[in-house]
Design a protein around this ligand. Structure first.
Ligand code: HEM
Length: 429
């Protein structure tokens, strides 16, 4: 890879922590179980993040054998990579989301962040059960070996943009950060709210990256069949293929990256962001249904239509959805949001297993708490027959909608009953 990523201060700190830890191990080769248990959470974090950082060559990192010396009773990595640091903390994810919003405002990198999230998740193979061999949203795209896959050309720039945020929030995993960045970019570009969950665990080394060739080609001999082959392998269906392709409402294709598109058009020559490339839509930083409208109308030579985009209006099953989305933006937004959330979960291992949401305090999958007030203050209108019934009972007591009952009406009744009870007891005696 020609682009070399800068080693940040945080990464350097992690590196020195790792080096210090290795040195300690060398000085004290017989670290006992209790001593290993005393290792602070902070240093175990630095160590694990240093090991999994794509920024650091493996030559500088403690090897598995030295890490093992910290584990208690030969129980693998239990002390070093405790479950606590396997997945992101909600608070840090929320702060990271604010930083991503700032990044979007200053660099207009919405499209490439969406593509990054999609390419991390889109390697998923539903026919492989084991994690991480099955691929998917596991952060493997941070490693050079996967960034170098032909389909990922240019995505190193997205990783460079996110790395400072990753360095700032030590508990946030790459797998979560990539998906958080993508969903935030869609929402900030005017797209639908994506029902995301978090807690994805990262793969730890480049040897866990999927093999090249799992992502779709833009110009295969039979585009519709190819799309089905690739997306069905991910467990996605025709509706989801069409809805997700609508993400091309954002961004541009660059001949120097994918080989597709013009070097520049009237819509891209001035940026924003690095100028150039060919977009699918006129306003390529705005998320709406214009991708479907523009392909349908074929109205401008300056707008891109890849063979796989064209297939959406040629294949009878795809066409049904593409036509619908061109007409109905709300239908597109609804289906897109569902499909995007599904894509972002493909192949992911969550900790806790059900994941968690950032938008309410309830973990996913838990039933909503019963709130009586919610049901008693609902705006639902009473039916006419119910209104009549209530009116009849009300009038039976001498009230009417125009003449409300006296406030002491029930008090009087209670006094009468009490007097009657008293008199009865006197008579009985
Ligand atoms: C259906 C199969 C797909 C094919 C064949 C395909 C192909 C491509 C190609 C060739 C590019 C241009 C890359 C470049 O030159 O920089 C691109 C960009 C992009 N793709 Fe796709 N893609 C597909 C599906 C998706 C999906 C499912 C998503 C998201 C859910 C997506 C999101 C994007 C975005 C946002 C860009 C613009 C990136 C930028 O401006 O930097 N694509 N895609």
């Amino acid at each position: 890879m020609t682009d070399r990523l800068t080693i940040t201060t945080a990464a350097m700190a992690s590196l020195s922590a790792a080096a210090a830890t290795t040195a300690t191990t060398r000085l004290l080769p017989s670290v006992t179980a209790s001593a290993s248990a005393r290792l602070s959470y902070r240093s175990s974090l630095s160590l694990s993040s240093a090991r999994s950082s794509p920024l650091l060559s493996h030559r500088f990192l403690p090897q598995k054998s030295s890490l093992r010396r910290f584990s208690s009773g030969g129980a693998g990595y239990s002390t070093v990579s405790s479950p606590k640091c396997a997945a992101s903390s909600p608070e840090q994810l929320k702060s990271a989301r604010e930083d991503i919003k700032e990044l979007l405002k200053t660099t207009f990198c919405h499209p490439i962040l969406v593509r990054l999230g999609w390419h991390d998740a889109g390697t998923y193979n539903k026919n492989i059960e084991e994690w991480p061999q099955r691929g998917g949203a596991n952060g493997s795209l941070r490693f050079e070996i996967e960034l170098k896959h032909g389909a990922n050309a240019g995505l190193v720039n997205a990783l460079k943009l996110l790395q400072p945020i990753k360095d700032k929030y030590s508990t946030v995993t790459y797998a979560d950060l990539f998906q958080l960045a993508s969903a935030t970019a869609i929402e900030e570009a005017g797209g639908p709210k994506i029902p995301m969950k978090y807690g994805r665990v990262d793969v730890t080394g480049p040897e866990q990256c999927p093999e090249e060739g799992r992502l779709p080609d833009a110009g295969p001999p039979s585009p519709a069949a190819h799309l089905r082959e690739v997306f069905y392998r991910m467990g996605l269906n025709d509706k989801e293929i069409v809805a997700l392709s609508g993400a091309h409402t954002l961004g541009r294709s660059r001949p120097d990256r994918s080989g597709w598109g013009k070097p520049e058009t009237k819509y891209t020559k001035d940026g924003p962001g690095a100028p150039g490339g060919q977009s699918w839509t006129v306003q390529w930083l705005k998320f709406d249904n214009s991708y479907f409208k523009d392909i349908k109308e074929k109205r401008d030579e300056d707008l891109l239509v890849l063979p796989t985009d064209a297939a959406l209006f040629e294949d009878p099953s795809f066409k049904e959805y593409a036509e619908k989305y061109a007409e109905d933006k709300d239908a597109f937004f609804k289906d897109y949001a569902e499909a995007h959330a599904k894509l972002s979960n493909l192949g992911a291992k969550f900790d806790p297993p059900e994941g968690f949401s950032l938008d309410d305090s309830l973990p996913q999958g838990q039933p909503e708490k019963f709130v009586a007030a919610k049901y008693s203050t609902g705006k639902k209108e009473l039916s006419e027959s119910m209104k009549q019934k209530i009116r009849a009972e009300y009038e039976g007591f001498g009230g009417s909608p125009d003449k409300p009952l006296q406030s002491n009406y029930f008090l009087n009744i209670m006094i009468v009953i009490a007097v009657l009870a008293y008199v009865t007891s006197l008579v009985m005696n």
